[in-house]
Design a protein around this ligand. Structure first.
Ligand code: ADP
Ligand code: MG
Length: 223
């Protein structure tokens, strides 16, 4: 695998709110190496979620290039991009995005089933154990606390053993103790498993565990 796992060059994003345009990202360039974890710290509204959406292929930048493990993600067809994401990217959403009609176990199994894994259930159970949720396998998201849903979301992001993990405010909705546990789990992804991790957050305790911190302020993306 390419040493530069995440590479963004001149990424810009503009939103149209119906009456005017809003430039959220302007000429953002960054690189993250294999096994590195980078925390992007910035206030609410500074464009952190937008950045992750651009870097992970969830949304398309107005300008710029994003390469993940050397692959220009935005040049892929929708089907190829979905496959690439399923195989190589784990994404922990700010508001979990668990499927409400599936249990915790089923939510975690789903990306592995899509990939065609025969060990989806065993992998999902092992990950749910790792995040301390063995007693919640058959619970539905509505029966779980915010912290539990966040941990299910982390387990789901890891089920296909992705090389790259994006985390959008993974401790944002957690109490301090649960946030601390989550931060430790995320830290292990890069230190022990050599995954490449990009976290956006306003949690300084979480950011302090990263190998590198990138501070941003509104409209001012500086390294
Ligand atoms: P953060 O994650 O740092 O809080 P976001 O990336 O969610 O910031 O949003 C950055 C700015 O872009 C905010 O001002 C937000 O209102 C605006 N924005 C985000 N998504 C959209 C959208 N789909 N359409 C229009 N404006 C948006
Ligand atoms: Mg956000």
């Amino acid at each position: 695998m390419n040493e530069l796992v995440i590479e963004a060059v001149g990424v810009s994003k503009v939103y149209w709110d119906g009456t005017r345009t809003l430039q959220v990202l302007k000429d953002v360039s960054l690189t993250v190496k294999r096994g590195e974890s980078v925390a992007v710290l910035g206030p609410s509204g500074s464009g952190k979620t937008t950045l992750l959406n651009m870097l992970s292929g969830l949304d398309r930048p107005a300008e710029g290039i994003v390469r993940l493990a050397g692959q220009d993600i935005h040049s892929l067809s929708e089907a190829a991009k979905a496959r690439f994401r399923n195989e190589h990217i784990g994404f922990v959403f700010q508001f979990y995005h668990l499927l409400p009609e599936f249990t915790a176990l089923e939510n975690v199994m789903l990306p592995a089933l899509i990939r065609g894994s025969r060990e989806a259930e065993a992998k999902a159970k092992a990950l749910l154990e790792r995040v301390g949720l063995t007693a919640r396998l058959t619970h539905y998201p509505s029966e779980l606390s915010g912290g539990e849903q966040q941990r299910v979301a982390l387990a789901r992001a890891l089920v296909n053993d992705p090389a790259i993990v994006f985390c959008d405010e993974p401790t944002g909705n957690l109490d301090p103790a649960t946030g601390f546990e989550m931060a430790a789990l995320i830290e292990n992804l890069s230190t022990r498993e050599k995954k490449t991790v990009l976290i956006v957050t306003h949690d300084r305790g979480l950011a302090a565990r990263a190998t590198r911190i990138w501070n941003i302020t509104q409209g001012n993306w500086e390294k």
